[in-house]
Design a binder for this molecule. Structure first.
Ligand code: SF4
Length: 250
């Protein structure tokens, strides 16, 4: 992994994502290197890695905390920030640089709300901070139950079992975590439901949007069926029915 430290010009960015006012991306690039990643376009903004393969580099915004403090001080109203929209805020570089943690400390100090979405157990390192936020939502991305699929499509991201264990820890800490089943990868919906059901407060789903990016890989592994609209529709329907049944059971 090629890690480069950079000085960013801004950190807090206005967002057009529904329900999200601001986004914070402490890193440019993502060490998880998901093959279907929608954020690949961010390479064009990289200072030192414009032509590098996605997942092979990270540019670390080492002045993130300084920028965020100054930007929040200029805001007239408190808001809510989402970490992160084009990187994983708990990707491996966070273990050393702790930029996400620093940002959370500052957001807490200014009384802002937060939403977090990650694939990493590292999020539990910050439970001491997370449990103190009056407005918080924490989500885990778990797009399949099958670790063989994960190894192919999310080669550097944490195993599925570790994510489920993280979900459990967040739940036990009193944080009602949600799960983003996105994109809908090849899976066994009943098995995924079984894994998530005890710990997930809510579940959201999204189909695979950038199919051309992974068509060759899917073909190579015999997953062509999972690139169709019918697969997305049927998988969503199967998962929805299973989770609705759970609701009725409760
Ligand atoms: S964790 Fe998210 S941002 Fe990172 S490579 Fe995977 S999909 Fe892209």
């Amino acid at each position: 992994m090629d890690i480069t430290e950079i000085t960013a010009r801004t950190l807090l960015t206005r967002s057009r994502i529904p329900g999200v006012e601001y986004v914070i991306n402490p890193y440019l690039g993502c060490g998880h290197g998901c093959r279907y990643c929608y954020a690949v376009f961010m390479r064009r903004y990289a200072r030192h890695h414009a032509g590098s393969p996605w997942g092979s580099f990270v540019e670390v915004k080492v002045n993130a905390a300084l920028l965020l403090r100054a930007e929040l001080a200029r805001k007239k109203h408190r808001g809510r920030a989402f970490l992160s929209s084009v990187c994983d805020p708990y990707q491996p570089a966070e273990l050393k640089y702790r930029l996400t943690r620093q940002c959370l400390e500052i957001l807490a100090e200014f009384g802002w709300g937060i939403s977090i979405l990650t694939r990493s157990p590292l999020v539990t390192r910050d439970l001491d901070l997370l449990t103190g936020f009056p407005e918080i939502s924490v989500g885990l991305s778990i797009p399949t139950d099958d670790d063989r699929v994960r190894r192919v499509l999310e080669p550097q991201a944490p195993p599925i079992g570790a994510r489920v264990a993280t979900l459990k820890k967040l739940r036990q800490a009193g944080l009602n975590p949600w799960v983003f089943i996105a994109p809908l990868l090849p899976m066994n919906p009943a098995r995924l439901h079984e894994l998530l059901s005890p710990w997930a407060g809510e579940v959201m789903m999204d189909p695979l949007n950038y199919r051309g990016q992974v068509r060759g890989i899917f073909h190579q592994h015999g997953w062509d069926h999972a690139l169709t609209d019918a697969y997305a529709r049927d998988t969503r329907a199967a998962l929805t029915a299973l989770f609705q049944e759970r609701e009725r059971g409760c």
